[in-house]
Design a protein around this ligand. Sequence first.
Ligand code: FES
Ligand code: FES
Length: 155
Amino acid sequence: MEVTINNKSHEVDADPAMPILYVLRDLLGLTGTKFGCGVGQCGACTIHLDGVPIRSCLTPISVADGKKLTTVEGLAAERLHPVQQAWVDNKVPQCGYCQSGQMMSAVALLNRNNNPTDEDIVRSMQGNICRCGTYPRIKAAIKQAASVMREEAKS
Ligand code: FES
Ligand code: FES
C-alpha cells in the first residue's frame, strides 16, 4: 500500500487489516500517536485521514491506501502549530498521555471553525478522554489557538 504520512510517501508492507495505529507505532516508529483503550473509546490514537479526525486504533491501514495521514509529528512546520504553541503556553499536559489525540481533535475543530463557542469545543472534544482532568486548560488553549488562527487567516 502507498500511504502519504505527514507529506512523505510510504510504501507500507502490512496486513491490510492491521490498525493504522500499529503501522504508525510499530512499523514506522511514529510513536507520538498513543494506544489508550484500543477500542475507539478514548481518543488517544486520533490522527487525520485526508484532514478528517479518525480513531487509528480501529481503522485498518487498507483504508489509508492512496490517502494522506497526518499525525502529531506532522503538525509543526518551521514553527509549532498554533495549537501546539497554545498547549505549551497554557501548560496543558499533566501526564501527557492523551494530549497528542487532544491536539489532533483540536486542530480538526479549528480547521473547520476558527471561532468556536464553548459548546462547539465541548461537542468536538467529547470523544477525547483525559484521566488527569486537564479539560479547563484544553479549553483555554483552544481559545488561544483559535484567536491566533483567526489573525493568521487575515494576513
Ligand atoms: Fe483508539 Fe482509545 S486508543 S480510541
Ligand atoms: Fe494525563 Fe490527559 S494529561 S490523561
